[in-house]
Design a protein. Structure first.
Length: 479
């Protein structure tokens, strides 16, 4: 993982150096400027060598409708640069977290290069580590518990007696009972929840080892298992009769158990030492030990790469959702716009004067902290076109085309035709359009209400379930 992180950061550093002369948009955060510069460099080079890479008619159409006042090429470049910069942030930060995860995993290593394991203080509890044995061109995994140093302490007779009564259950392991033992017994020095040290001694080490390892037997054999309990300065001893039944072991299983016994035996011999030196060889073959730790750094890096790809793909969907939100705002404002036109035209204003009046009122309201409305923004843009010398008919046609909605196209057509045919019937037709818009607004409100009722159905069912539980649980508890 360190190599992946190094390569990723070197590539980013090289790209950042190549993009050092690129500019950034005004208002870009200081932390985001390196990513925006790199994104701009990548965008320019990609457009140079792969001109169709950043070509999406739907994206370009959505951008133009969301920002009708700006150049299409500038909008497209700004949009894709932001996408690339965002993905670069995810990749770099994800790689950083991956390297951090790798470093965290490395901090859990306690096995030294000399094959020794430091023990904890006697106040600490034992901890398990995973180690790997490289023996005879094979690797074997072991999980062992590194126990703290032993110190003397006081004992309680009741505690030892209770432990002794439960000891036969603790050593069963995967066996059903001690009369039919075919799998290894759980013979430990310490059992969870008991501050008692147990020393085991098998009456037949060739059949059942002191660590609970079962060796192959041809027929059922009874083995006496002696134990010594030690808790502080008190000791107790006893015996358990175990019946070992035959079980065939493979050569691999036998070797695994022999190495496990060697490992545990080595630990027992070093309990009073500060460090536990693992065995260096077995049967003339050298053993290489390494600790297995959980390392999810590669998964973290892969997740970052996958997230960057998904974000790049779904940003187009977010853009389209912004456009749909804008269309909803335009539809909501349409009845209000038409009614204002009816009001001002009925008061004697021209269409041009009504547009300027609506735009002027909106600018004042927006300047005092009011919310932006896409419909009034389009009217304001139309007024600026009129002021710049564009003819009224063309400006009204542009007004309807920019919105992309049938209602506004219908209104712009009505206004443009009025300029050609005269305004004798304009007020009447605007009133008809206002009535039609009000009816459509009413139908839309009903539709939204039905959708809201459907969305509230699931919370209502959950609330009903909670109420039923509150009522039924006390009733059943009193039966």
């Amino acid at each position: 993982m360190y190599w992946i992180a190094l390569i990723t950061w070197v590539i980013f550093a090289v790209l950042l150096y190549l993009a050092r002369k690129e500019g950034t948009a005004e208002g870009t955060a200081a932390l985001m400027k390196p990513f925006h510069k790199t994104a701009m460099y990548l965008y320019k080079k990609s457009c140079l060598y792969f001109p169709r890479l950043f070509t999406s008619p739907r994206v370009e159409k959505d951008l133009q409708q969301l920002h009708p006042c700006e150049s299409g090429e500038c909008l497209k470049a700004e949009y894709y640069v932001k996408k690339i910069a965002f993905c670069l942030v995810i990749v770099v930060v994800g790689t950083l977290f991956g390297a951090g995860t790798k470093l965290s995993a490395g901090s859990n290593l306690i096995l030294g290069l000399d094959g020794s394991v430091p023990r904890g203080d006697y106040r600490e509890v034992g901890k398990e580590i995973d180690i790997i044995a490289d023996y005879d061109s094979r690797q074997m995994d072991f999980r062992v518990e590194v126990e703290p140093r032993l110190l003397a302490g006081r004992d309680a007779d009741e505690l030892i007696a209770d432990f002794r009564a439960k000891l036969p259950q603790y050593i069963l392991g995967k066996n059903s009972d001690l009369e039919n033992v075919s799998d290894n017994l759980v013979l430990r020095e310490h059992y969870e929840g008991w501050p008692i040290t147990v020393r085991w001694e098998s009456g037949s080490p060739g059949i059942l080892s002191d660590t609970g390892q079962i060796f192959a037997v041809e027929k059922a054999e009874s083995v006496t298992l002696a134990y010594d309990l030690c808790y502080g300065g008190k000791e107790d001893c006893g015996e358990i009769l175990v019946k070992v039944t035959p079980r065939m072991l493979t050569a691999e299983e036998t070797l695994y158990r022999e190495l496990e016994e060697l490992l545990l035996s080595s630990q027992r011999e070093s309990l009073e030492q500060d460090r536990w030196h693992l065995p260096e060889e077995w049967k003339g073959e050298r053993i290489g030990w390494s600790q297995a730790v959980e390392d999810n750094s590669l998964y973290m890096w892969a997740a970052a790469m996958g997230t960057a790809v998904l974000v790049y793909a779904f940003l187009d969907r977010d853009l389209h959702e912004q456009l749909e939100k804008r269309k909803k705002g335009l539809r909501r404002a349409y009845p209000e716009v038409v009614h204002k036109l009816v009001l001002f035209v009925g008061a004697g204003m021209t269409i041009r004067g009504a547009f300027h009046k609506i735009a002027g009122d909106y600018e004042v309201k927006r300047g005092s902290g009011g919310k932006q409305c896409p419909a009034y923004e389009e009217i304001l843009y139309t007024c600026r076109e009129l002021s710049s010398g564009v003819s009224e008919g063309v400006s009204y046609e542009h007004f309807g085309r920019r919105t992309g909605l049938q209602e506004y196209i219908r209104l712009s057509t009505l206004l443009a035709q009025n300029l050609k045919r005269g305004n004798s019937t304009l007020l009447e037709r605007l009133r008809e359009e206002a009535d039609k818009a009000a009816e459509e607004r009413l139908q839309q409100s009903k539709k939204l209400g039905e959708e809201a009722g459907t969305k509230l159905l699931v919370p209502m069912v959950l609330m009903l379930a909670v109420v039923m539980a509150i009522i039924m649980i006390p009733a059943f508890s009193n039966m």
